[in-house]
Design a protein. Structure first.
Length: 302
DNA sequence: CACACGTGGCG
DNA sequence: TCGCCAAGTGT
């Protein structure tokens, strides 16, 4: 049952070099894994860790979170960024409670049907929480495969082919496959990094196509990120921060980001936050979503 | 498929 | 300083 060198080398390396992260401790349940994966969507590991601990202490089960008001989820989310993820996590908790009896589902199909869970998170939960065998592909995995397998400096744009590429490398045994998924991500996070890869410390340097090719810069950079200063994103962030800090007290609309130089843009931002369900506006004052069960929700339950 | 969506740290 | 980057997802 020999697996290919890439797998054995990476898994061996992972066995000795895996960081001691909270969601890797023995006995961590599927709910904790799921919450950690939500928080890790575009937020760095080091910033997630303290928030994860606090979140799980407050809401140890999906049912506990489902009973809370969305506003409390958004407030607890604090400055993790992309606050809609707090809303999505709250909604997923409701769905888990009503559709799955409060148990985080194991099947990728079921996981994908939950709000805020896509190709990555669904497989990460199935694999890391339940030991199922699936390819788990995140930005680290894509970069590692681009370099080691394809000899390119950067991965191309995300594609469903990424799943197939990882699937083709996956060892047969579930446990090995889970380790390989985690090891590949870990390599990308700590050694095969985007900016300054530490190829001298890489356990698979001898197998690396990018190295054999002489580390060519194959371009293929991701699209430039829009300027944050003065953006809708920034105003939305300011508005939401004010509401978080005053929650549960409402704030008069005119007191939300009052110094913002472009009032029209600020008003549009507030409207978009309402559309997104992140805030509610009533009688000229705003607050975080209180989450009265809507008629559709109440009657949707079987 | 390209784009919007927060926030902060690092080279 | 400032642009790049971070365990993505939904539209």
């Amino acid at each position: 049952m020999a697996v290919q060198p890439l797998v054995s080398d990476l898994n061996e390396w992972f066995g000795h070099n895996a960081r001691d992260l909270p969601w890797r401790k023995p006995g961590v349940g599927a709910w904790a894994i799921l919450v950690s994966e939500f928080m890790l969507q575009q937020t760095p590991v080091n910033r997630v860790i303290p928030h994860l601990q606090a979140w799980l202490q407050r809401w140890p089960t999906p049912a506990a979170l489902a009973e809370a008001a969305p506003a409390d989820a958004v407030t607890q989310w604090a400055n993790l960024g992309y606050p809609r993820r707090a809303l999505w996590l709250h909604r997923a908790a409701e769905e888990i409670t009503t559709r799955h009896g409060g148990v985080v589902p194991r099947d990728v199909e079921d996981l994908l049907a939950l709000t805020g869970i896509g190709d990555y998170t669904a497989r990460a939960v199935a694999v890391f929480a339940y030991g199922e065998r699936h390819p788990v592909v995140d930005t680290n995995t894509r970069r590692v495969l681009a370099r080691v397998i394809d000899g390119r400096s950067q991965p191309g744009p995300p594609s469903r082919r990424d799943l197939d590429a990882m699937d083709a490398l996956l060892p047969h045994e579930r446990e090995d496959a889970a380790l390989f998924n985690a090891a590949t991500m870990e390599l990308g996070a700590t050694i095969c990094t985007a900016r300054a890869p530490r190829c001298d410390a890489c356990p698979v340097a001898s197998l690396c196509a990018w190295r054999s090719a002489g580390y060519p810069d194959t371009g293929d950079r991701r699209p430039r990120q829009a300027t944050y200063e003065g953006s809708d994103r920034q105003v939305r962030g300011l508005v939401l921060r004010a509401l978080r800090e005053s929650s549960p007290s409402p704030v008069a609309a005119e007191d939300l980001a009052p110094d913002w130089p472009d009032p029209a843009q600020r008003d549009r931002a507030i409207d978009s936050l309402i559309v997104d369900g992140l805030i509610e506006l009533e009688d000229g004052s705003a607050c975080l979503p209180r989450g009265r069960k809507s008629l559709s929700e109440a009657s949707a339950a079987p």
